[in-house]
Design a protein around this ligand. Structure first.
Ligand SMILES: Cc1cc2nc3c(=O)[nH]c(=O)nc-3n(C[C@H](O)[C@H](O)[C@H](O)COP(=O)(O)OP(=O)(O)OC[C@H]3O[C@@H](n4cnc5c(N)ncnc54)[C@H](O)[C@@H]3O)c2cc1C
Length: 290
């Protein structure tokens, strides 16, 4: 195992100072970082444990805006009635992560910073049009999540910068969201393909806004502009959802690996888009199972 110097920060100022002085890297729950350390693959010789900084662990509502501190764990999300109401897709994703131990330690900020193409919270957050607040001793930047994710395990974070929080706006009612993960076993499993959808309906029951995001089918989790432009203004239902699913295939570039072939991932992605849209429609009060 790698030799790594360990520091613990008790406040944000302490964290920024340690990051500047040591050139180290922050860790939160450590659930990804420790696995990387065991494989000698952690990209730093100094780690700074941020897990005790209470200012980074919260779930807040301000009007229609929900903000979640980066150190919020999956268990925190699952215990939040606010998140359950505002973002059932994010709850569905948190439920599928690892085991109870992983959900007790692993954080939302860590899932984003780790930037796995298969990270479970990424499709729901993309479909919620989430933005990420990055902070450092130099100041604050707020970016759409899609701009933070740059490639497998790559983000736009600069040295000394951390993910401070994630925010999204509730869609106007009636609206709903859903997340579906396909994996090779029921628990403790990485997504073979995952899809999140969010729908807002207008007074006539048409789709005012439809968003689709997919995981494990491109170098990062991605939104599907092609599927979203099919959905806009349409009557929700099987025919529309199937057209959106076909369009989504233009926005993905799956690879084959030990979990699935590229062809299987494309086929699965199309089916999961239909199911996720059905789920979002059902949450929005529409007819399920069309
Ligand atoms: C047994 C097991 C099962 C798992 N199952 C799943 C699963 O089903 N789905 C899934 O998506 N993931 C899964 N994971 C991966 C992991 O639990 C999640 O990605 C988790 O959210 C990582 O959060 P963390 O706080 O533990 O991150 P850490 O391990 O502390 O950090 C991960 C990376 O993010 C960086 N980082 C962490 N927080 C910040 C921050 N605030 N700002 C900047 N950089 C930061 C660290 O430097 C590091 O590079 C699993 C892991 C294990 C060990």
């Amino acid at each position: 195992m790698q030799e790594i110097d360990f520091y613990r920060a008790d406040s944000l100022d302490d964290l920024y100072r340690l990051l500047a002085e040591t050139g180290g890297r922050v860790i939160a729950g450590g659930t990804d970082a420790l696995v990387q350390m065991q494989r000698d693959a952690f990209p730093a010789a100094v780690v700074i444990d941020a897990s005790r900084i209470a200012d980074l662990r919260y779930i807040r509502e301000d009007g229609d805006r929900i903000e979640i501190g980066a150190l919020t764990t999956y268990a925190d999300l699952l215990a939040s009635s606010l998140v359950r109401r505002a973002a059932p897709s994010l709850i569905a994703a948190a439920e599928t992560v690892g085991a109870p131990q992983t959900r007790a330690r692993g954080t939302l900020g860590g899932n984003i910073a780790n930037a796995s193409p298969a990270g479970d919270t990424l499709p729901p957050l993309l479909a919620l049009d989430a933005s990420v607040t990055l902070s450092s001793a130099r100041g604050v930047r707020i970016l759409p999540l899609g701009e933070v994710l740059r490639g497998p395990r790559q983000t736009c974070l600069e040295p000394g910068e951390i993910i401070a929080s994630i925010a999204f706006r509730r869609l106007p009612q009636p609206s709903g969201s859903a997340f579906i993960k396909l994996s090779n076993r029921r628990g403790m499993s990485i997504a073979v393909v995952s899809v999140a959808a969010a729908l807002a309906l207008d007074a006539a029951g048409r789709i005012a806004e439809g968003r689709v995001a997919l995981g494990a089918v491109a170098p990062t989790a991605v939104r599907s502009p092609a599927a979203e432009s099919v959905l806009a203004g349409e009557v929700p239902g099987a025919e529309t959802f199937r057209r959106a699913a076909r369009a989504a295939l233009d926005d993905i570039a799956p690879i084959g690996d030990v979990r699935a072939t590229a062809a299987y991932r494309r086929e699965a992605a199309a089916r999961l888009v239909v199911r996720a849209l059905n789920g979002a429609w059902e949450h929005a009060g529409g007819r399920a199972g069309a």
